[in-house]
Design a protein around this ligand. Structure first.
Ligand code: FAD
Length: 288
């Protein structure tokens, strides 16, 4: 099923992100994680691509496991380190496996990237062009409520986003954020700019102190005072921090829903118990 059709009916959707293993030997373990997660009936499940050097085939393999569990997969695809032939062969592979949804991403610029060399892709919008011209896929893209880390200018970042959407995106998924007000401001700026595709809010449940440090470094997102206080008090106690992080994420989702945000994507970090507890916390609310 195409994700744009899942998002169309105005109902609340909660979807999950998972990542493939770094080595083939661990694929069975990741499939077990998927088997657990599909039980909570997410609207769809996305699987990341290429981060930490994982091969594209692992992404497709995990997308297949998601399909077998009866859930619609969304396959991420990055282009900065790939030529057009490689992208074309990954799209062939997805098509052959019946994967209809792609999150079109640039990817982070590798440390050894040679700016003077001729590259096939510079920005995600070029990948969107390729996928749209090929046809048959529902295409999503990334967006950044607190601006992309490389961008120094918020207005320019939204203008580039508008251009990317107009290249043929069907929906956007946001970077994680911990302060819902940042998301509401961003949503308003998108509306003003005429970005009209659904924007799925990305929520990262923080379950340990190390994770928050890494997440903030990678994503450029700010921490509200309320969250800092939770970290100060519970950060050194793993079980307590886990429960507090799950409750914080659940409260964030409830506030988003109360403010008319119907589509939520949970960065599960491959932890079925975290996904389970959030879904249990929302069990009645989700169907209101
Ligand atoms: P772009 O949309 O190309 O934007 C990158 C920067 O370039 C921005 O500053 C933007 O303002 C600017 N820009 C955009 N278009 C233009 C243009 N035409 N001209 C000039 N400047 C422009 N990474 C992975 O490796 N694997 C994953 O699976 C993955 N999944 C992700 C999922 C989500 C929901 C998110 C939010 C991020 C994900 N990432 C993933 C990280 C992502 O690859 C990085 O954030 C990357 O640095 C930017 O990718 P992008 O697609 O947003 O790039």
């Amino acid at each position: 099923m195409k994700i744009k059709d899942i998002l169309e009916n105005n109902r609340v959707t909660v979807s999950f992100e998972v990542f493939p293993p770094k080595e083939w030997a661990k694929i069975a373990d990741t499939k077990k994680v998927i088997d657990e997660m599909v039980k909570y009936n997410p609207a769809f499940m996305s699987v990341t691509y290429g981060a930490s050097g994982t091969a594209s085939g692992y992404t497709t393999e995990i997308a297949n496991a998601i399909s077998k569990g009866g859930i619609t997969p969304l396959s991420h695809l990055t282009c900065i380190s790939s030529g057009r032939e490689k992208i074309s062969s990954v799209l062939d592979e997805l098509e052959e496996n019946g994967v209809e949804n792609v999150l079109a991403l640039r990817g982070d610029i590798p440390a050894d990237y040679d700016i003077s060399a001729q590259h096939s892709f510079h920005h995600a919008c070029e990948l969107v062009d390729v996928i749209r011209e090929r046809g048959g896929f529902c295409i999503g893209g990334a967006c950044y409520p607190e601006t992309h880390p490389e961008s120094t200018n918020r207005v320019d970042d939204i203008e580039k986003l508008k251009y990317k959407v107009d290249c043929g995106l069907d929906f956007l998924t946001s970077q994680m954020f911990f302060d819902n007000e940042k998301f509401y401001d961003f949503r308003e700026m998108c509306e003003i700019k005429g970005i009209n595709v659904p924007i799925i809010a990305g929520i990262m449940p923080i379950t340990n102190a190390k994770q928050i440090k890494r997440s903030v470094e990678l994503s450029n997102c700010s921490l509200p005072k309320k969250f800092e206080k939770i970290m100060e008090r519970f950060g050194e106690k793993p079980e307590v921090m886990k429960q507090a992080g799950i409750i914080y994420a659940t409260e964030q989702i409830i506030d988003l829903m109360a403010n008319g945000v119907n589509n939520i994507h949970i960065y599960t970090m491959n932890k079925p118990d975290v996904a389970e507890q959030i879904m249990k916390g929302l069990s009645v609310i989700i169907n209101e």
